[in-house]
Design a protein around this ligand. Structure first.
Ligand SMILES: [Zn+2]
Length: 347
């Protein structure tokens, strides 16, 4: 148990003292039992309908596959893993204005955000239920991961990492700003957390959290991304303290040296009390969107080096899976988590 926070403080916040009403924004922030492991997943994460999983270039069942591979590897069981709750409007509104949540009531807007054009022709109730609800569960998982990492030193959400969504605009398959939400919850509930380091190693620039934290000096962002691909958001780049701009010829060794060096320098310069690691796997060779040539082994090495940096410096760390939806991706994510366990980085 971390000395950094008072558990009592959080419990008190759950009730409004005047009228005894439960604070609904705290529903996502529940306690887990000592025998549970802070690996977070819900069957509600997965998007399965109308053959979408076949039409979309993404393996939209990767979350379920990672979970089952981790059970197969003996890392978790259905009882020891943690099932999050859906992030409902009260929770989302901690960051998102109502005007943004209203935009998601238009199927045409959701079609643009998710890059699945045919959603535009569907009734919004169906889009909410089958597409946005899984994202809301994943968002609930990311917010909870912040709390569990404070208590256990680390937490993994087998989903989330919607780094293209800012508080008032979605894009690139990202409808909710789960990273911003996780960090806002930390600032609101843990006075000891004054400085948060975001390490975004997905192949794409994380313009959503960057736009949200552009003027926030409590957040330091390291972002390594392919400079040639979406979103090329120059305005959002103003929030990045350490940019690692990659081109498609970058090889494993150079990728690892440049990314990890930036993270170690950031820890030294900034002295964060929390790390948020967006561990996208779309840097993998063959990814149709990422455009990079990194091997599976280098992804496993990367995750290990990031965890070592956090754990060595006693910085609580959240890991989310973010982009990367090739058929082989789930196995790489699971292998990487097994490697973290084997290297005693999940103790
Ligand atoms: Zn990506």
């Amino acid at each position: 148990m971390s000395k950094l926070f008072s558990k009592k403080g959080i419990k008190e916040k759950k009730k409004d003292k005047k009228c005894g009403k439960v604070d609904k924004t705290m529903e996502v922030y529940f306690d887990i039992s000592p025998d549970q492991i802070p690996i977070i997943y819900s069957p509600n994460y997965n998007i399965r309908f109308l053959g979408l999983q076949k039409l979309h270039p993404f393996d939209s069942e990767k979350w379920d596959k990672v979970f089952n591979l981790l059970i197969g590897a003996g890392i978790i069981t259905k009882n020891t893993s943690v099932e999050p709750v859906e992030a409902k409007d009260e929770v989302l509104q901690v960051v998102h204005p109502e005007s943004y949540l209203n935009k998601l009531k238009w199927s045409a807007y959701v079609a643009r955000v998710t890059e699945v054009p045919f959603l535009f022709a569907l009734p919004n109730a169906l889009v909410q239920q089958r597409v946005l609800r899984p994202f809301r569960y994943q968002t609930g998982g990311t917010i909870l991961a912040g709390k569990l990492a404070m208590e256990r030193g680390w937490a993994i959400n087998i989903g989330g990492g919607f780094h293209h969504c800012s508080k008032d605009d979605g894009g690139g398959f990202c409808a909710y700003a789960d990273i911003t939400l996780c960090i806002r919850y930390l600032f609101n509930n843990y006075p000891s957390v004054e400085k948060v380091l975001i390490v975004d190693l997905d192949a794409h620039q994380g313009n959503g959290h960057e736009r949200d934290f552009l003027l926030e000096n409590r957040v330091y962002i390291v972002d390594a991304y392919n400079r040639e691909i979406y979103p090329q958001d120059e305005y959002a780049k103003g929030a990045i303290k350490k940019k690692v701009e990659l081109d498609d010829s970058v090889e494993d060794a150079e990728y690892l040296v440049r990314s990890i060096r930036s993270v170690n320098e950031a820890i030294e310069e900034f002295g964060p009390q929390f790390m948020f690691y967006n561990a996208g796997t779309d840097i993998l060779k063959g990814d149709p969107l990422g455009g990079l040539q990194i091997t599976a082994q280098a992804i496993i090495d990367r995750d290990e080096l990031i965890f070592k940096a956090a754990r060595r410096n006693k910085i609580p760390i959240v890991f989310v899976t973010s982009g990367g939806y090739q058929k082989c991706t789930a196995k790489i994510i699971a292998d990487s988590i097994v490697n973290l366990k084997n290297k005693e980085l999940l103790d």
